[in-house]
Design a protein. Structure first.
Lengths: 407, 363
C-alpha cells in the first residue's frame, strides 16, 4: 500500500505538470473577480483551444477521433494537476467533452463525428444538456417534450416542449436533446436523441431564479423547433441508450469534494463561547466536528481505493456513487453547523464580516449537491441494487404505452 | 497510487475467513453461550497453528513479523465471525504492550508464548465507571495494589499488563495468591469480563514509558478492522434475509425502506474500511499521521457497526429477537466494541486534538 505514482504515472504527471506550468498561468482567472458569464465562457473556449493545441483535450477520448487516448488514471492525474490552477472550466466545457463527445462517438454517424468532435475538442463548439423536464428528473424516461416528422416531406423533426436545469444553455452553441417520438410504446422505447443548434428559431432560454440568488441554470422552451433528421443521433426510438451513454459519463465524473471543515475548526477555536472558553469546548460541537472529520477522511481514502481500481483499468461502477452520496450530505451538515456556530450572526453578519456570506451560499448550494448528478435516493437505489444485489424497483409503467400513463 | 491490500494480505484474510467459517459457525457460538464457556479454546489452538497469533510479533520472538495491515485482515475476519477468542486482549493489546514497553527479558519470556498461544495476556486499563484509562492501581516495590474492572478475558489470561499510577505499565502473573478474579455478569456473552483485585501481588514494572498513546492508537485501528468485519457480516446477513423473505408478494429487500437503509450501512462500512486501511498504513509507515488516522478509523468503525448491528436485527423483524437467529451476537458485541478502548467522546477528543490548532479545553 502506498500513495506513490507508478513509474509510468510519474512520467505522465511530470509531462502534464511541465506543460501546465508553461501554458496555464496565462489563462488563470483573477482571484475573487466576478466577471460576466459571457467572458467566463469565452475564457473557457480559449483554454479549450490551448488544451487542444497541446494535445491535452479529450484525454481519454480515442486518438483516432482526435483525443489523447490516455488511460483513466492519466485523466485523474491531469485533473489533479490542472486543478492547481484557477482555470476557466465549467459546464460550458465539461458538458461537451464529458457528455456530448462520448454519445457522438458511440452513436453518431461518420459525418456527425467529423462535424462535431474536433470542433468540440477545440472549444469551437460548446454544449448544453437538454434532458431534465419539470416532471422528469430522476425518472428521466418520463419526459414529455415531443417530436414528430414535419408534414412537408423534408424528414425534419418538429419539437415542442420544455427542458429545465440546462446549465449555460444561453451561452452554448449546441445542445444534446432527448425527446419523445412515439407515445404509443412504453416510455423507454419511444425516445429519440438529437443534437440541436441553440440558435434554431423557436428555442427560448430563460434563466431560472435560484434560491442562491444566482442563475446559472436555465429553463429552455422549444416551440415548433425544426431539427433536420441529419442531427438525429442513433436510430429513432433508441434515445434511451444514448442517454445511458451520457449518464455513465456523468456518474464517473462526480467525484470532487470540498471540505470546509478546517476553516470552521479555526473559526470555532478562535471564537469565545461567552463562558471563558471557545466554541470548540462544547461537547456537542466536538462530536459533530469529529463525525465530519472522520467522514471526510473516509471519503478521501475511499476515493484513493477507487483511484487504485481505475489505475488497474477496473471500473468502480456504482461504488463511485457512494462517495457522492457521502460527501453531499456531509457538506450540507458542515455548512449547517457553520451557520449554527455563528449564532444569529450566521443569519445577518455584521458589515465587516466577509466570510459568513460564503458559508450561507454553500449551505444553500449544498441542496443542489444532494439532487444533481444522481439524487441521494437514486444513488441509494443504485448501491442497493448494483453493490448489494437487492431487487430493482417495481416499475408499474414499464410495459404500458406512454400515452396511457396517468399524470 | 496503490491504496489497496496486497495480494498476500487478501490471501491471509481469505484463509482466516475460511478457518472461521469452518470452526466458528453460529451454532458453535450458541453452544458456547449455553455451556457458559469462557472462550473457544479449540479455535484459539487453530489460530495459533495457522500462525495468526504471532502474525505481528517479531520473528526473533517467535512470530511472523508482519504489519498492522496483515493483523487488520485477521481482525476483520474475527469481527465478521464474532469469534469467541481473546485476540484483542492477548495479541493486539497484551503482546503489543510488551513489545512496546517491555524489557528484553519480558519480551523473551512472554512474546514467544503469546505467539504460540501457550499463554494468554490481557490489558487491564479500566477501573469502573469514569475515565476509560484509569490509574488508581499502584505498583510499589514490585507489589501491585488496587482493582481493575472490567477486564476482558480476565478469567483465562495468564498475565495482565496493568495501567498503573503514573501512566506506566505493570506486568503481573495472574495465577498467584495476591490476585483475585471475579467474573462479572457480562453483556457480551462471548467475551467474558472480570474484576481483578490485586493485594500486594508480585508484579514487574515495564521500562518503556509513555507508550499508552501509541498502544491504544494501534489498537483503535485494529478495533476498526474488527468493527468493519462485523458490520459487513451484519450487512450481508440482513441482505440475504431481505432477499429470501417474501412479504406483500415480493422480496422484503425490494422495498426502498430496506434498500436505502442497507445502502447507507454499505456506505458507512466502506468509509470505515477506507479509514481502517489508512490507519493501518499510518501505523506501518507514517507514525506522525497515526493519531488522527487511528481516531478517525475508530469513530467510523463505531458508527458503521452501530448502524449495522441495530438495523440487521430490525430487518429480521420478530425472528431477530430469538436466540435461534444470529443477530444478537453482533447486537451485543457492538456495544462492547463501542465502549472498550475509550468511547466515541474520548476518540472525538483525540481526533480534534490531532488537528493543527484545534485543541479545545474538553481534552
Amino acid at each position: 500500500m502506498d500513495f506513490n505514482d507508478s513509474a509510468e504515472e510519474a512520467a505522465f504527471r511530470a509531462e502534464a505538470r511541465a506543460w501546465l506550468a508553461a501554458h496555464a498561468p496565462a489563462h488563470e482567472l483573477p482571484v475573487g473577480a466576478k466577471m460576466p458569464d459571457t467572458e467566463e465562457a469565452d475564457r473557457g473556449r480559449a483554454w479549450m483551444r490551448e488544451l487542444y493545441a497541446g494535445g491535452w483535450s479529450g484525454l481519454t477520448f480515442p486518438k483516432e477521433l482526435g483525443g489523447r487516448g490516455a488511460s483513466g488514471i492519466e485523466a485523474v492525474i491531469f485533473a489533479e494537476e490542472e486543478g492547481k490552477y484557477p482555470l476557466p472550466k465549467g459546464p460550458f466545457t465539461s458538458i461537451g467533452t464529458g457528455m456530448a463527445l462520448p454519445v457522438i462517438a458511440k452513436h453518431g454517424t461518420a459525418e456527425q463525428k467529423a462535424r462535431f468532435i474536433e470542433a468540440t475538442l477545440k472549444g469551437d463548439i460548446t454544449w448544453c444538456q437538454l434532458f431534465s423536464e419539470p416532471a422528469a428528473g430522476s425518472d428521466l424516461a418520463g419526459l414529455r417534450t415531443k417530436a414528430s416528422r414535419a408534414d412537408d416531406g423534408s424528414g425534419d423533426w418538429i419539437v415542442n416542449g420544455q427542458k429545465v436545469w440546462s446549465s449555460w444553455a444561453h451561452l452554448t452553441d449546441w445542445g444534446i436533446l432527448v425527446v419523445r417520438t412515439d407515445p404509443t410504446v412504453p416510455k423507454h422505447k419511444g425516445l429519440t436523441f438529437f443534437v440541436v443548434d441553440m440558435k434554431t428559431p423557436g428555442i427560448e432560454t430563460r434563466p431560472i431564479r435560484q434560491i442562491s440568488g444566482a442563475s446559472e441554470f436555465n429553463e429552455t422552451f422549444l416551440t415548433d423547433v425544426r431539427i433536420p433528421d441529419a442531427n438525429r443521433l442513433g436510430a429513432e426510438g433508441e434515445g434511451w441508450a444514448c442517454c445511458m451513454t451520457v449518464l455513465m459519463g456523468e456518474r464517473l465524473g462526480s467525484g470532487a469534494h470540498r471540505s470546509g471543515i478546517e476553516p470552521l475548526l479555526d473559526y470555532a477555536a478562535a471564537t469565545s463561547d461567552g463562558h471563558g472558553g471557545t466554541m470548540l469546548d462544547d461537547r456537542a460541537v466536538r462530536l459533530q466536528f469529529a463525525d465530519a472529520l472522520a467522514d471526510e477522511q473516509g471519503e478521501r481514502f475511499f476515493q484513493a481505493r477507487l483511484r487504485t481500481m481505475v489505475s488497474r483499468g477496473e471500473n468502480p461502477g456504482a461504488l463511485a456513487g457512494m462517495v457522492k452520496l457521502a460527501y453531499a450530505g456531509r457538506y450540507q451538515r458542515t455548512n449547517g453547523l457553520a451557520l449554527e456556530l455563528r449564532g444569529l450572526s450566521g443569519i445577518a453578519p455584521d458589515m465587516d464580516d466577509t466570510a459568513t456570506g460564503d458559508v450561507q451560499y454553500d449551505y444553500i448550494y449544498s441542496t443542489v449537491m444532494r439532487i444533481a448528478g444522481g439524487a441521494d435516493e437514486v444513488l441509494r437505489n443504485q448501491i442497493a441494487e448494483r453493490v448489494l444485489g437487492l431487487p430493482g424497483e417495481m416499475r408499474m409503467d414499464k410495459d404500458v404505452p406512454f400515452e396511457a400513463l396517468k399524470g | 497510487m496503490n491504496f489497496d491490500l496486497s495480494d498476500e494480505q487478501k490471501m491471509l484474510g481469505e484463509q482466516a475467513r475460511a478457518l472461521l467459517a469452518d470452526l466458528s459457525p453460529f451454532d458453535r457460538l450458541r453452544g458456547l453461550i449455553d455451556s457458559g464457556a469462557e472462550w473457544d479454546e479449540p479455535l484459539w489452538r487453530a489460530l495459533a497453528e495457522m500462525g495468526f497469533l504471532g502474525a505481528a510479533i517479531p520473528e526473533d520472538h517467535g512470530g511472523l513479523g508482519l504489519g498492522a495491515l496483515d493483523l487488520g485482515v485477521i481482525m476483520e475476519a474475527l469481527g465478521g465471525a464474532n469469534a469467541a477468542v481473546p485476540f484483542m486482549s492477548s495479541i493486539i493489546l497484551g503482546a503489543e504492550a510488551i513489545r512496546l514497553a517491555g524489557s528484553e527479558a519480558q519480551k523473551a519470556a512472554w512474546l514467544p508464548k503469546l505467539a504460540s498461544g501457550d499463554a494468554i495476556a490481557t490489558f487491564a486499563y479500566a477501573e469502573g465507571p469514569g475515565s476509560a484509562f484509569a490509574t488508581g492501581a499502584t505498583l510499589d516495590g514490585g507489589q501491585l495494589s488496587g482493582s481493575k474492572l472490567p477486564v476482558a478475558d480476565g478469567g483465562i489470561a495468564d498475565i495482565a499488563v496493568v495501567l498503573v499510577a503514573g501512566g506506566g505499565f505493570a506486568l503481573v502473573e495472574l495465577n498467584q495468591p495476591g490476585v483475585t478474579r471475579t467474573r462479572l455478569d457480562g453483556f457480551d456473552q462471548l467475551r467474558p469480563h472480570y474484576r481483578l483485585d490485586f493485594a500486594d501481588a508480585a508484579a514487574e514494572a515495564m521500562p518503556g514509558a509513555g507508550k499508552l498513546d501509541r498502544l491504544i492508537d494501534q489498537a483503535a485501528v485494529q478495533a476498526a478492522f474488527e468493527a468493519v468485519g462485523a458490520a459487513e457480516a451484519c450487512l450481508h446477513m440482513a441482505r440475504d434475509y431481505a432477499m429470501d423473505r417474501q412479504i406483500f408478494g415480493r422480496p422484503l429487500g425490494g422495498f426502498q425502506a430496506i434498500k436505502h437503509k442497507l445502502a447507507d450501512i454499505a456506505v458507512a462500512t466502506e468509509l470505515a474500511r477506507s479509514n481502517a486501511y489508512y490507519g493501518g498504513w499510518a501505523a506501518e509507515s507514517s507514525p506522525d499521521d497515526l493519531p488522527a488516522a487511528a481516531a478517525a478509523a475508530r469513530l467510523s468503525g463505531i458508527k458503521c457497526f452501530e448502524m449495522a448491528a441495530r438495523e440487521n436485527l430490525q430487518v429480521h423483524g420478530g425472528i431477530g429477537y430469538t436466540f435461534e437467529a444470529n443477530c444478537h451476537f453482533y447486537y451485543r458485541r457492538e456495544r462492547l466494541l463501542a465502549v472498550h478502548l475509550g468511547n466515541r467522546g474520548f476518540w472525538a477528543d483525540r481526533l480534534l486534538n490531532a488537528q493543527p490548532g484545534a485543541q479545545g479545553k474538553a481534552a
